[in-house]
Write a protein of this length. Structure first.
Length: 271
């Protein structure tokens, strides 16, 4: 990986990506990180051998990164982007993982000639099992798309959409989705405790069941519906539970309402 990379922000998501890139052979000497937290920056420099700076004004004047990756929180993007406008050009692609920031907002901050890829990852990227969906702005070349995909694949699967408006639905399904699964685990544990199980045992059962089922779904080639049918005996205990969850007012309409609310909020954040 002979890529020169500028990473703006190195929190949990940025740090997970950085670990993945270095594990894949990216030369630390070609990595520049803007990280205002002095302790974090010093640790990265000493432990990994990357270049760290407190702000964009410290970047070498002749630095021409192949990729500038914004990994800062959406609420500070308006302040974070403008100092990097001088790097915009045909050989540099800006890659964003910030929720709710449109391609148009990047154009306004970086200039209409900036080449931008908007992406939406999710938190399982921290363990290399994330999924990211991207949308490329005008002018981004196939080689730059491939480079962004390669970088994002360091923390999981990658897909692309051509219609940027679909990123809001992606945010609602996969971006926010891990929280839905965590809530399911909490609810399952509480239900077990209400049946008399010790709360700590109920919590362990729920956690192991959800994570184990997820791993089975990850490894098995079958559709989730087939996996569900495989563990459902006619007239058995699972069938009794599914009759409740799959009723007309069961899980599906609740999930529809939840995902719709998340998509609506994503659109609102995008302005």
């Amino acid at each position: 990986m002979n890529t020169t990379l500028l990473l703006v922000g190195c929190g949990k998501m940025g740090g997970a990506m950085l670990d993945g890139w270095l594990a894949r052979g990216l030369d630390p000497d070609r990595v520049w990180i803007v990280e205002p937290n002095a302790e974090t920056a010093a640790d990265l420099a000493s432990r990994l051998g990357v270049h760290t700076l407190a702000g964009a004004d410290g970047l070498p004047a002749d630095l021409k990164p192949d990729v500038v990756l914004f990994a800062v929180k959406p609420q500070v993007m308006d302040q974070a982007m403008p100092p990097y406008a001088r790097l915009a050009g045909p050989d540099t692609v800006f890659l964003s993982i910030a929720a709710g920031r449109t391609l148009a907002s990047f154009g306004a901050a970086l200039g209409d000639h900036a080449l931008v890829v908007r992406s939406m990852p999710n938190t399982p990227a921290a363990v290399g099992r994330g999924i990211t969906v991207c949308c490329a702005g005008p002018g981004v070349t196939e080689a730059q798309r491939a480079l962004c995909q390669s970088l994002l694949e360091a923390v999981g699967a990658v897909d692309w959409v051509e219609d940027e408006s679909l990123i809001d639905a992606v945010t609602a399904v996969s971006g926010s989705g891990p929280a839905y699964v965590f809530l399911l685990t909490e609810c399952l544990a509480r239900a077990g405790a209400r049946l008399g199980l010790p709360p700590d045992l109920a919590a362990r059962l729920a956690r192991a069941t959800v994570s184990g089922a997820g791993e089975l779904m990850h490894q098995a080639p079958d559709d989730p519906a087939v996996l569900r049918q495989n563990v459902t005996s006619p007239g058995g205990t699972t069938a009794a539970a599914l009759a409740v969850l799959m009723d007309d007012d069961g899980l599906q309409p609740l999930m529809d309402a939840a995902v719709t609310a998340a998509e609506r909020r994503s659109r609102e954040l995008a302005g």
